[in-house]
Design a protein around this ligand. Sequence first.
Ligand SMILES: *Cc1c(COP(=O)(O)O)cnc(C)c1O
Length: 378
Amino acid sequence: MNAEPKRIPLVDLAAAHAEVAAEVEAGIARVLATCAFVGGPDVAEFEAEYAEFTGVAHCVAVANGTDAVELALRVREIGAGAGVVLPANTFVASAEAVVRAGARPVLADVDDEFLLLDPNRAAEASGGPMPVRALLPVHLNGQLAPMGALRALADARGLALVEDAAQCQGATQDGLAPGAWGPAGLAATSFYPGKNLGAYGDGGAVSAGDEEHARVLREMRDHGSSRKYVHARLGFNSRLDTIQAVVLRAKLRRLADWNVRRRAAAARYDTLLAGVEGVRLPRTAPGNVHVWHLYAVRVPERDKVLALLAEAGVGAGVHYPVPVHLQPAFAELGYAKGDFPVTERAAEELLSLPLYPQLTAAQQERVVEVLVGALSRL
Ligand SMILES: *Cc1c(COP(=O)(O)O)cnc(C)c1O
């Protein structure tokens, strides 16, 4: 008799926790003993370790990834009257951060192969009626957008370049991490629990190449305070709490290994799914070391496939079913269906399969078996 196969989740945070539990518990006990709950020594240690990991001189830890994007834009004084070009195919937070900075999202379509900001579309968008002052490429699903071309575009047009690196901790392109593209690079990341480097609550960071940017970011995250009771500017409450820093330090030590395991799992899916009719596989763009935050295939009748997978206990996901420009919250931007055809089509076809470092070969075989079975029933 066959035992009922166990449910396979999209991500397995418990499995990740099991690998760091002892270190995290000891670290949290240390925080409890000192009661340094916000801005304790672990925060500065984490910032130094993350800067070392990325090769970008400064890391300023903040409360979440959306704040990180907003603050990175603000430090470049991108605000009222400024257009910011970003891909239509992204999580809404990228566009939300632009609006919160006081600027206006100017969307551009992605390329059909990698679904990343297309430099040609970005160039067109930055030449439109809205005066564009910044590019905000999003390194979606674990790999960098084409930074060489985007850097060149930013330089040619005198635009600030701020990267949304929420989904790609550990990824590089031509050996460079987000934030390392130029001496004053700026990249924002998120430590939301499900990200490759996830806290046990919210967290985020800005990687900055420039010391003055880092100094201003540190003021902005803490009520604009340059030293105690001296408020140089109007700021925010966007600090990382110490317990999250403890978790992030423990996980950062494993991140490179976890990313290797993610790549191995992605390669196994590639092999298992090679030649399966109807499935379009995700690909790694030239020069990229991919960290597979998501392994998103494209399939016909996606919602039906998704339902069949769920029925069989496979936790697939959709990132993202409704593109930014078709969200009610962004109606005011004036976009309509048909404006970004590659993004819109991807939104109908994308299906993220379970992927995390602890995913086993047997689980992957099961996912593929269920997926192939679902496709045969369409
Ligand atoms: C997760 C994410 C964010 C926002 O991060 P939060 O920590 O949830 O605020 C921004 N951009 C992208 C692409 C993301 O995936």
